[in-house]
Design a protein around this ligand. Structure first.
Ligand code: AMP
Length: 282
């Protein structure tokens, strides 16, 4: 069945009244792919009804980033979420979410938002938390599913919910990849054929890092093994870091997120994997 499409808060309120029980929320910026659809499928396991938001949130983009050219295709998005049984799509205009223009009251995402993505994109996570918090309040969702693809975002949203006692459950879902390993991303549509080939070095580098970890190497050695695959492929590395999955502080042992960002041509891509450091004694 086709999901109901609503664009205003008033329409949303009416549509939500028709969806009794536990409400699951999947927040997206549209240009939906199998990664987003996996979140809807996961949400259905935790809720009676699932709603998807499609909103390219301006406050998480810095000037000069790709807000204007970000792919938008609501018709295709509706067909995609219909195929996995979402009940409701909320696709508001910017003014519907920010009726007073820039908000004065915002959230400080804390220290874990100052590293990795937050170092390169210093205003990004404040914008993310602003829209996530608003959507939690506007929808009253009981559970929200976020992808491990944006591991730092997932960790920071979890912290917000915990630190501010927000009455919502957060569920993380694994990264969905193309058969050749490339993590699905709406931004992959920016890549030329040659760049897409080059972009395979991201998942390949994580594999190399994971293999280095499994062979008992140190955190530094794991990062070096990862970085060298990216450099050999000729992509411009933004960062290669090994961090604690919750705090995003650097780790030297135990469970870590190996997180990378690199520019393939003009396109900035991110990827990550979870691994164990120091599980084997050499
Ligand atoms: P976006 O539309 O890129 O803002 O992403 C919306 C949600 O989908 C976020 O929770 C992302 O982490 C998640 N997501 C994006 N790509 C993937 C993927 N390849 N696998 C799993 N989740 C994803």
């Amino acid at each position: 069945m086709k999901p109901t499409l609503v664009k205003t808060r008033d329409e949303l309120r009416g549509a939500l009244d028709a969806l009794p029980g536990r409400l699951g929320l999947v927040m997206t910026m549209g240009a939906l792919h199998e990664g987003h659809l996996s979140l809807v499928k996961e949400a259905k396991k935790h809720a009676d009804h699932v709603m998807v938001t499609v909103f390219v949130n301006p406050t998480q983009f810095a000037p000069g980033e790709d807000f204007d050219k970000y792919p938008r295709n609501l018709e295709a998005d509706l067909a995609a979420v219909a195929s996995v049984g979402a009940d409701l799509v909320f696709a508001p205009a910017t003014e519907e979410i920010y009726p007073n223009g820039n908000a004065n009251v915002t959230l400080n995402p804390g220290p874990s938002a100052t590293v990795l993505e937050g170092k390169t994109r210093p205003t990004h996570f404040a914008g993310v938390l602003q829209v996530v918090h608003k959507m939690f309040n506007i929808t009253g969702a009981d559970v929200a599913v976020f992808g491990q693809k944006d591991a730092q975002q997932l960790a920071i949203v979890r912290q917000m919910v915990r630190d501010l006692d927000m009455p919502i459950e957060i569920v993380g879902a694994p990264i969905v990849r193309a058969e050749d390993g490339l993590a699905l991303s709406s931004r992959n549509s920016y890549l030329s054929e040659a760049e897409r080939e080059q972009a395979l070095s991201l998942s390949a580098s994580l594999k190399a890092g994971k293999a280095a970890a499994e062979a008992g190497n140190s955190a530094d050695e794991i990062k070096t093994a990862t970085r060298s695959v990216l450099e050999d492929a000729g992509v411009r590395v933004d960062y290669v870091e090994l961090v604690d999955p919750t705090t995003f502080e650097s780790v030297e042992s135990g469970e870590g997120v190996l997180a990378i960002a690199a520019y393939v041509g003009q396109t900035r891509l991110i990827d990550n994997t979870i691994l164990n450091i120091g599980s084997i004694i050499k």
